[in-house]
Write a new protein. Structure first.
Length: 513
C-alpha cells in the first residue's frame, strides 16, 4: 500500500496530497515487525511496488539512433532488442532500487527502539540518506521520482528548496509521515500528541518561511523580455528543414519574438537535422551531407537576427575535435557567442555505461560529455545552461550559479518518451531547480512543457504539453546566492551524521550491563 500510495503522489497520477501519509502503512508494519529481516522485507516489497510504477514511464522511450544512417532491417532488429532491453532494465532497476527502501526500513526498525524522537530521526534522516541519496547513486545520480517533488505545486512549502534543495523537502515529507504514524500507533497514550505537534510546528514554520519568501519579490518588476518556443510534428520530410538543417517552423517564430523586443530567445534541442561543426572537424556517425560548417550557421542566424540586439540560444548536435556533443549554442548579431556541451549524458541513450554489452545497444549516437560549467555571456547576461534530463541533477545547476550565472537557460525534448509522465516529472523538477538556484529559468522543450520560471518556482508562463507555442515573459538577472547554492547537499551530510550518532547511541545502550 505504501509503495502504491507514494507512486500515486507523483506523475502520472499526481495526487500529491497523498505523499504526506503514503509511508504510514509501511511504518505501521515496521512498528509491528519482530525481526530485522521482516522489517527489511516489508520495506523491500513496498519499494518494488513503488519503482515498478514510477520507473515504467521510462520504458516508453523511442529510437535513439539520432540522425545516423540505418537500413530498415537493421532498424527493426534494433527496435526489437531495445524493447526487450528496456523492459529488462525496468524490472532490474525496480528490484535494485527497492533494496534501499528495505535498508531504510531495517534502519528504522533497528534504531528507533520505540522512542518517539529516535523514530522521527531514523525515519527522516534515514529516508534522505538511504531511500533517496544512496538509491540515486544506483541510478547515475538522478533524482528521479524523489518524494520531495510531490511538493512542487505547494507554493509556500517548496520555498524550503532554497535552504536545502529537494533533500530538505523529502526529509520533511518523511518526518510528517513519521509523526502521523506515531500518533496512530500511540493514540491511547496520553502523550500521543507531542510528536505530531512538533511535526506540525515544523510544517507551520516552513510554511511561514515560504510565505515570507513569496512576499519578498524584488522591485522594480523584472524588465528584460525573453521568449521560449516549441513546435513538434509527428513526421518530417527533407523539405521541412532549411539549408542548414533547421526546422523551418522556428524561423518565423524567432522573427515574431524579435518583433516583440525579446532580448533572449531560447529554442529547444532536436530542432535541426544533422550537426553543426564548431571547428570544421567531421563526425563519424552522421551523414556528411548533413554536417554544416560554423560559417553557414553564423550567416543564417545573422539573417534571422538582422542586426537586432538580441541573443538566440538553440539546442543542436555539434561536432568539436571530431567528437559528437549535445549542445546549447548562442548567437548574437555579431556571430556565435558561445556554447554549452551537455555535462551529464543519459545512460543507454547518449552513451553506453561501462559493463553493458554492446549487443544490447547498437545506437550510433554516442556523445561525449562537456567539462565545466561553460557559462555564456550575451547582452550583459551570464547564462548557465543545462539540457533535458540534466534538470534532475541539482549539483550541475548549483555549480553554474557558483561560477556566476545570473540567468538559467535550458533546452530539451521529452518526445523521446511517449509517456507524458516524463514531461511532468521534468517540469516539477525545473520549478525546484529555479528555487534552489534563486534564478529565473527560461526552458524550451520541443515536446514537453515549455515555461519561464521565476526564482520562487512560479511558472510565469507555461505551455501545455507538446502544443506549438511562442511564450513571452520578462525576467531579471540575479546574483543572490541561496543557502542551497552556497552549501549544497548539506541535508544529506546532516542526515548521515544523525544516523551515525543514533547508531552509536543504540550500540552504547546495548553494550551497557
Amino acid at each position: 500500500m505504501s509503495g502504491a500510495l507514494a507512486a500515486l503522489a507523483l506523475p502520472p497520477a499526481g495526487f500529491s496530497a497523498v505523499v504526506w501519509v503514503a509511508l504510514v502503512p509501511l511504518l505501521w508494519s515496521l512498528h509491528r515487525c519482530r525481526s530485522l529481516r521482516a522489517a527489511f522485507a516489508c520495506g523491500y516489497l513496498s519499494g518494488v511496488v513503488f519503482f515498478l510504477l514510477t520507473i515504467y514511464p521510462m520504458v516508453s522511450a523511442h529510437s535513439w539512433s539520432g540522425w545516423a544512417a540505418e537500413a530498415p532491417a537493421m532498424f527493426a532488429r534494433r527496435m526489437s532488442r531495445q524493447w526487450w532491453f528496456m523492459h529488462a532494465v525496468w524490472v532490474l532497476f525496480a528490484l535494485g532500487c527497492a533494496l534501499w527502501w528495505g535498508a531504510w526500513a531495517a534502519a528504522v526498525h533497528q534504531l528507533a527502539g520505540g522512542r518517539p524522537w529516535r523514530w522521527l530521526i531514523a525515519a527522516s534522516a534515514g529516508w534522505v540518506l538511504l531511500a533517496e541519496w544512496a538509491r540515486a547513486q544506483l541510478t547515475f545520480g538522478s533524482t528521479w521520482m524523489f518524494l520531495g517533488y510531490a511538493t512542487a505545486d505547494l507554493g509556500a512549502i517548496r520555498q524550503l528548496a532554497a535552504l536545502g534543495g529537494v533533500w530538505f523537502l523529502s526529509a520533511l515529507v518523511a518526518a510528517v509521515n513519521a509523526g502521523v504514524a506515531w500518533g496512530v500507533f500511540h493514540r491511547r497514550d496520553p502523550s500521543w500528541w507531542r510528536m505530531p505537534a512538533v511535526v506540525l510546528f515544523v510544517v507551520g514554520a516552513g510554511t511561514g518561511y515560504g510565505l515570507r519568501a513569496l512576499n519578498q519579490r524584488s522591485e522594480p518588476q523584472p524588465g528584460i523580455p525573453v521568449a521560449a518556443m516549441q513546435v513538434h510534428q509527428d513526421a518530417y520530410a527533407l523539405k521541412d528543414f532549411s539549408s542548414i538543417g533547421l526546422d523551418r517552423n522556428y524561423e518565423p517564430m524567432v522573427r515574431d519574438a524579435l518583433a516583440s523586443k525579446a532580448v533572449l530567445v531560447v529554442l529547444p534541442e532536436s530542432v535541426a537535422l544533422g550537426a553543426l561543426t564548431l571547428d570544421g572537424t567531421a563526425s563519424r556517425t552522421k551523414p556528411p551531407e548533413w554536417q554544416f560548417p560554423r560559417a553557414s550557421w553564423d550567416a543564417a542566424v545573422g539573417r534571422m537576427l538582422a542586426g537586432d540586439a538580441a541573443a538566440v540560444v538553440i539546442g543542436l548536435d555539434t561536432v568539436e575535435a571530431g567528437q559528437d556533443h549535445n549542445t546549447l549554442v548562442a548567437w548574437t548579431s555579431s556571430g556565435m557567442a558561445g556554447w554549452y556541451h551537455k555535462r551529464r549524458l543519459v545512460p543507454f541513450s547518449e552513451y553506453r555505461p561501462p559493463g553493458w554489452g554492446g549487443w544490447l545497444l547498437s545506437g550510433q549516437s554516442q556523445y561525449v560529455r562537456g567539462h565545466g560549467v561553460q557559462l555564456i555571456r550575451v547582452n550583459g547576461l551570464m547564462l548557465g545552461g543545462f539540457i533535458c534530463q540534466e534538470v534532475l541533477l541539482p549539483r550541475l545547476i548549483r555549480a553554474s550559479v557558483l561560477e556566476g550565472a545570473d540567468v538559467l537557460v535550458s533546452g530539451g525534448n521529452d518526445g523521446v518518451f511517449s509517456d507524458p509522465a516524463v514531461a511532468q516529472v521534468h517540469a516539477d523538477a525545473a520549478q525546484l531547480r529555479a528555487i534552489e538556484a534563486g534564478r529565473y529559468l527560461v526552458r524550451a522543450m520541443k515536446t514537453g512543457i515549455t515555461a519561464v520560471i521565476d526564482p520562487w518556482g512560479r511558472e510565469v508562463t507555461r505551455s501545455r504539453s507538446s502544443e506549438p507555442v511562442l511564450l513571452s515573459a520578462r525576467i531579471e538577472p540575479r546574483t543572490q546566492v541561496t543557502p542551497y547554492a552556497r552549501w549544497g547537499d548539506w541535508v544529506v551530510a546532516v542526515a548521515a551524521g544523525a544516523l551515525m550518532a543514533l547508531g552509536a547511541a543504540v550500540w552504547k545502550e546495548r553494550q551497557a550491563p
